[in-house]
Ligand binder design. Structure first.
Ligand code: ZN
Length: 344
């Protein structure tokens, strides 16, 4: 099968033929239709989510969607022919937290799709049955690639931050893969939303296409939130994770406000004043990926056209490298997608 893969962490993405995998016990074989391309994939390739040489060679890509073509022993054959999307975390599905629906906090987490086992940068991939979630019919493949992370993650944020109707939500890096869906999901929850961005194209898309008031955050000191947001947002979602963005979030947050953290850059710190936070009864809350039921809810939001998948650029297997370059430059609107056609 055609695949793109790495033979060392942070190494080049090779292009060629790999053996087509077969599903083992409890596994399914997926004919990959498309795979999302975002900053997390670049992080995975760099080895930031695991860099054990024993895990090489590795086919990256976790936001994959496709059709189940074959099942291994012990798996319901009813899966065959059904469309599915991958759940990113290699959960156990049996521990206390998995059973409570908090699968991203699994006590026996075995790693990640595209890091600790092969992902969607190939025509075919094999996943544990517990890592596939049904995808409704009628959603085009490249559009569907944003569901398992770029939409599911915002759904999880909405729950973590307890976004309520009428609240004001400011999203930092609102034109990126997660941000551009975060602004839409927050509106599904009834919030009034503003998006912060540093690029003119992304600011324009937010305002003109999505109708989201956008603020230029090239310099956080100059950010102008919508008139009427006098005492600050109820929720700030920080998808950028720089010291400047974190400090802006803490400083700008209104009374009873929640600052949501999602980034994991090593060594980043920010100081908080307990006195100020208590007087203003504020909360800092971290949010980690999503649950499988949140993936299903995300798919329903797309099927019902309540969230519009934003895929700025689609590439074939031979030119996904250009997509990676665009991501590194920060000039990709929304997510990218790798599409698989002419499967043998
Ligand atoms: Zn578990």
């Amino acid at each position: 099968m055609r695949a793109r893969w790495i033979e060392r962490w942070d190494g080049p993405l090779l292009d060629g033929e790999r053996p087509k995998p077969r599903p083992g016990s409890g596994e399914v074989l997926v004919a990959v239709e498309a795979c999302g391309v975002g900053l997390t994939v670049l992080n995975c390739i760099r080895g930031n989510l695991g860099d054990d040489p024993a895990d090489l060679p590795r086919i990256p890509g976790h936001e994959l969607v496709g059709t189940v073509a074959e099942v291994g022993p012990g798996v319901d054959p009813d899966w065959v022919g059904r469309r599915a999307m991958a759940y990113f975390y290699l959960l156990c599905a049996r521990c206390r937290r998995c059973l409570a629906g908090a699968e991203s906090m699994c006590e026996r987490l075995a790693g990640h799709v595209g890091v600790h086992r092969d992902g969607g940068y190939a025509e075919w991939t094999v996943l544990p049955e517990r890592n596939v979630v049904p995808l409704p019919e009628g959603i085009e493949a490249t559009a569907a690639t944003v569901i398992p992370d770029a939409i599911a993650t915002p759904v999880h944020v909405a729950g973590r931050a307890r976004i309520r109707p009428g609240e004001r939500v400011a999203v930092i890096a609102a034109g990126g893969g997660v941000g551009i869906h975060m602004v839409q999901v927050a509106r599904v929850y009834g919030a009034e939303v503003a998006g912060l961005e540093a690029s003119a194209e992304k600011l324009d898309y937010l305002e003109r296409v999505l109708g989201v008031p956008a603020a230029d955050s090239t310099d956080f000191a100059g950010v102008r939130l919508p008139a009427g947001w006098g005492d600050g947002p109820d929720v700030v979602v920080d998808l950028l994770g720089t010291e400047a963005s974190l400090e802006w979030g803490l400083r700008t947050l209104g009374p009873d406000g929640r600052l949501v953290l999602l980034t994991t850059f090593p060594g980043r710190t920010v100081s908080v004043s307990p006195r100020e936070m208590v007087f203003r009864q504020q909360t800092v809350v971290a949010s980690r990926y999503a649950s499988r039921s949140e993936l299903m809810f995300g798919a329903r939001l797309v099927a019902e056209e309540r969230v519009r998948p934003v895929v700025g650029r689609v590439a074939g297997p031979g030119d996904v490298d250009g997509l990676h370059d665009a991501l590194r430059r920060g000039d990709l609107l929304g997510r990218g997608a790798l599409t698989w056609t002419d499967r043998q």
